[in-house]
Design a protein around this ligand. Structure first.
Ligand code: NAP
Ligand code: F7E
Length: 345
């Protein structure tokens, strides 16, 4: 039996790590593109690491960057993937207002570079584009596949560009290319500056007496928050279908940032109102007020359905933060028995 090969851009990110896990479980050979950095950036993958010299190794990492189209093409030639999951992006909405040009270059044009590399190498691979509910922006909920886009940030604008580029390569060149329009999805592996992780971390640390307050911006924004481990399954399902198509992936429910904070703090027996303070630095020049996805197409055609909604998500994220807290150092933990005996003596 031939082993399927997948190439993942953004494998070091939240979704990349869950997707790599899923594909390895399914027996794939997984290749990931990572950026060269002066420090290691593979923490989310360390538990999956296999010595590439081992004959059993099925996870391979390669240096590359979305700004380097030549490298993307040479990697495709080398790896010859059956499936390409394009997850890499400058993915932080607030940061995209500070770095609009960089965000356009990576999140927008990076998609063109990768699709053009696939087209020019002529590989018959299937392509997944990480599209986002941020593309809907100001258009009121519920949002589905035919809802008009009205992005409210340079990030959202770049994702709209990437979405249409993906559709254009499907229509113009017959590429098997799909857009997964994913609503917010979170986990203990979420980047620390996204609001759910920021709140979950703070709730655990405040409970443990390690900090007193948490500074946030707009508490009234409402999001449709799901669990990342369930959402990567939808990405895989999209590439197994007979026809390439675009799908919304969401829970169909929403809550406000304030509600999410309430879930997290209540879980550890605290009142969020005693600990949250306002900092205008976390406001955005234009905000997305309300996102709720209608994922009925994915349920009907792919059989995908989420099981975890915001309240459970908040609890599982806070539990993970509590478990990861530094344990208080006791003498028995810090010193070997002989030293302890000497000190005691
Ligand atoms: P993430 O944790 O921020 O991960 C982003 C990944 O992209 C990281 O591996 C990062 O590498 C890589 N990357 C950034 N710039 C790059 C460049 N110039 N060249 C190569 N790699 C680069 O994002 P995520 O939450 O996993 O999301 C995955 C994708 O889905 C993103 O495209 C995001 O925009 C999109 N999306 C996310 C959500 C969500 O709620 N999570 C919803 C809809 C769509 P480093 O580790 O080196 O930084
Ligand atoms: O903000 C508000 C903020 O940064 C959520 C990305 O994965 O999902 C994500 O984008 C809400 C916003 O996620 C703080 O104003 C208040 O209304 O966690 P976030 P996001 O902007 O929704 C979409 C689908 C993506 O595609 C993106 O890649 O929370 N908020 N106070 C705050 N947000 C942050 N980050 N920090 C605060 O202190």
């Amino acid at each position: 039996m031939t082993v399927k090969k997948a190439l993942i851009t953004g494998i070091t990110g939240q979704d990349g790590s869950y997707l790599a896990e899923l594909l390895l479980e399914k027996g794939y050979e997984v290749h990931g593109i990572i950026r060269r950095a002066s420090t290691f950036n593979t923490q989310r993958l360390d538990h999956l690491y296999q010595d590439p010299h081992s004959p059993r190794a099925r996870l391979f990492l390669h240096y590359g960057d979305l700004t380097d189209g030549t490298r993307l093409a040479s990697l495709l030639e080398t790896v010859q993937p059956d499936e390409v999951y394009h997850l890499a992006a400058q993915s932080h909405v607030r940061v995209s207002f500070d770095e609009p040009e960089f965000t356009g270059n990576t999140t927008g044009l990076g998609t063109t570079r990768l699709l053009e590399a696939i087209r020019s190498t002529g590989l018959p691979c299937r392509y997944y584009q990480a599209s986002s509910s941020e593309m809907f922006g100001a258009t009121p909920p519920p949002q589905h596949e035919n809802t008009p886009f009205h992005p409210r940030s340079p990030y959202g604008v770049a994702k709209v560009y990437a979405y249409w580029t993906t559709r254009n390569y499907r229509e113009a060149y017959g590429l098997y290319a799909v857009n997964g329009i994913l609503f917010n999805h979170e986990s203990p592996r979420r980047g620390p500056t996204f609001v759910t992780r920021k709140i979950a971390t703070a709730a655990a640390r405040i409970k443990a007496g390690l900090q007193d307050h948490l500074y946030l911006g707009n508490l009234d924004a409402r999001r449709d928050w799901g669990y990342a481990a369930e959402y990567v399954h939808a990405m895989w399902l999209m590439l197994q279908h007979d026809q390439p198509d675009d799908y919304v992936i969401a829970t169909g429910t929403s809550c406000s940032v304030r509600d999410f904070a309430d879930h997290c703090f209540t879980h550890v027996g605290l009142d969020y109102r005693d600990h949250i303070r306002f900092d205008e630095r976390y406001l955005r020049p234009s905000e997305v007020d309300h996102l709720v996805g209608d994922a009925s197409k994915a349920r009907r055609i792919l059989g995908w359905q989420p099981t975890i909604h915001a309240p459970e998500l908040a609890r599982l994220m806070v539990d993970a933060e509590m478990a990861a807290l530094p344990r208080p150092v006791r003498p028995a933990d810090s010193a070997p028995e002989t030293a302890l005996t000497l000190t005691a003596g």
